[in-house]
Ligand binder design. Structure first.
Ligand code: KIV
Ligand code: ZN
Length: 504
């Protein structure tokens, strides 16, 4: 059996795309979850890009012990030095250096000749190698690069010390058959290719990223760069869950290949990313979309009831969705509760369990049935928290035909109790305006997203709010069976994050 290494770039290529930026704490949380998923390498960021990125990569490098930690660097000395500075405390530090090799990029962007680019690549790999044995080199825009030149660059990068050679389809231009052929060409024409691991990094502009990556694997590629939920520059990167589950589900086709991903952590990781960024995946998204395991048609349901394999090629449990979604009710005890949390992948201290148990009981009083998703929301609410400058004590909102939407809010601000009332276009708007008045904040609402967790009219509403103030951006979450209350909690959570950011 041969292993396909999973190089996760959610925190770099994914995080750099619009709407997905995360602060240090959020990146750290995703990194911890990626480690549970057992990714081989996680690319934590691009340290030269900003001080925030540098600090996030450094924190991840210090705290993650199992996965290798990669930092991105152009071929400039200052990039490589900065990347090393950020990852030098990692257990397994990887410097990933890159330069464009296509004629198009050389002519219109870099204004360099092929020889100059080759020299820069060699120099960068050697410099990175002086810091760490794990050096990856990427020939950016490889799929639009002259093949002969690409072979030369790859050969020289390996000679200079690169142990991984990445072939990016930077603009998502390749077609699977053609991409497989390119990999085959490199395998046959680069004399020292077997001294390095060949990797691919596919973008999804034509919706072919996963297909291209899987085609490359057929020709000897042994590392795939990918992201959770397929996030990334423009149309995104190859989605990790699709790559991993394709290899696992079609063992008959990818006969001798496997990944070390703990697939049962796929769904929790996808959910965590959604909760942190506030960007949901489309319902029909393969593997992690909310409809991915929902069977609506009568014929399909009939088949499933007779034998699951008729219409289900993989089980929901294999990606971490519990089949027994109904978990607990108000009569459930602490032991069952703790056991359920453990099954969901949360190892919590007794103190943390006690806090959650009380909240669970309150929820179970309001809701007859408490589902796994409800528990995840409670955990996110409680443990994605940061110090609370602002606390909600009471909220009353009035709305309806003929009534002016009004909210009365009682809050604690730095330990002082303050009460105010205000109007708005609707009850949520009234609540937000009143909270802003109480806290004296002037943030701009960038995003307001409501999701029903589980079905039924007693479902918990999960609200995500993204705010901006003084150039800082923060996302807050709130969950409650009362949607106005969930919104106010999310808003206050985001304000607390902004306050925390402005002091850190
Ligand atoms: O898409 C790309 O080419 C990249 C490189 C930096 C690997 O993200
Ligand atoms: Zn990319």
């Amino acid at each position: 059996m041969e292993k396909i290494l999973i190089f996760d770039t959610t925190l770099r290529d994914g995080e750099q795309s619009p709407g997905f930026s995360m602060n240090i704490q959020e990146k750290m949380q995703v990194a911890k979850q990626l480690e549970k998923l057992n990714v081989d390498i996680m690319e934590a960021g691009f340290p030269i890009a900003s001080e925030g990125d540098f600090q996030a990569v450094r924190a991840i490098a210090k705290n993650i012990k199992h996965s290798k930690i990669a930092a991105l660097a152009r071929t400039e000395d200052k990039d490589i030095d900065r990347a090393w500075e950020a990852i030098k405390e990692a257990a397994h530090p990887v410097i990933h250096t890159f330069i464009s090799t296509s004629e198009l990029h050389l002519k219109y962007q870099l204004y360099l000749s092929q020889e100059e680019v080759l020299e820069k690549a060699i120099h960068a790999v050697k410099r990175a190698k002086s810091y760490t044995p794990y050096v990856e080199f990427s020939a950016m825009d490889a799929t639009r690069t002259d093949r002969e030149y690409l072979c030369r660059v790859v050969e020289e990068a390996i000679k200079a010390g690169a142990v991984t050679i990445n072939i990016p389809d930077t603009v998502g231009y390749a077609i699977p058959q053609e991409f497989g052929d390119l990999i085959n060409h490199l395998m046959k024409n680069v004399s020292n290719i077997h001294r390095a691991i060949l990797s691919v990094h596919c973008h999804n502009d034509l919706g072919l990223a996963v297909a291209n990556a899987l085609a490359a694997v057929q020709y000897g590629v042994r590392q795939v760069e990918c992201t959770i939920n397929g996030i990334g520059e423009r149309a995104g990167n190859a989605s990790m869950e699709e790559i991993v589950m394709s290899i696992r589900t079609r063992k008959d086709f990818f006969k001798h290949l496997y990944t070390q991903i703990v697939t049962e952590q796929i769904h929790p990781t996808s959910r965590l990313l959604t909760q942190i960024t506030g960007i949901s995946v489309q319902p029909n998204k393969a593997i992690v979309g909310s409809n991915a395991f929902a069977h609506e048609s009568g014929i399909h349901q009939d088949g499933l009831l007779k034998e699951k394999i008729t219409y289900e090629i993989m089980t929901p449990e294999s990606i971490g969705i519990s089949q027994s979604t109904l978990v607990l009710g108000k009569h459930s005890g602490r032991h069952a509760f703790k056991d359920r949390l453990k099954k969901l992948g949360y190892e919590l201290s007794d103190e943390e369990v006690n806090i959650l148990f009380k909240q669970f009981k309150d929820l179970a009083d309001k809701k007859k049935e408490v589902f796994d998703e409800d528990l995840e929301a409670l955990i996110a609410e409680e443990f994605l928290r940061i110090p609370e400058k602002y606390k909600l004590i009471n909220l009353n909102a009035i709305s309806g035909t003929g009534a002016i939407p009004t909210a009365t809010v009682e809050m604690e601000v730095d330990g002082m109790v303050v009460k105010e009332a205000g109007f708005g276009d609707g009850p949520v708007d009234a609540a937000f305006k009143t909270i802003a008045k109480i806290t004296g904040t002037k943030s701009k609402l960038l995003k307001f997203l409501v999701n029903a967790i589980t079905g039924g009219t007693d479902a918990q509403g999960e609200v995500t709010v993204r705010l901006e103030e003084n150039g800082l951006v923060a996302t807050g979450q709130g969950a409650h069976t009362d949607i106005i209350l969930a919104s106010a909690k999310a808003y206050i959570n985001a304000l607390n994050r902004l306050a925390h950011l402005s002091h850190s």
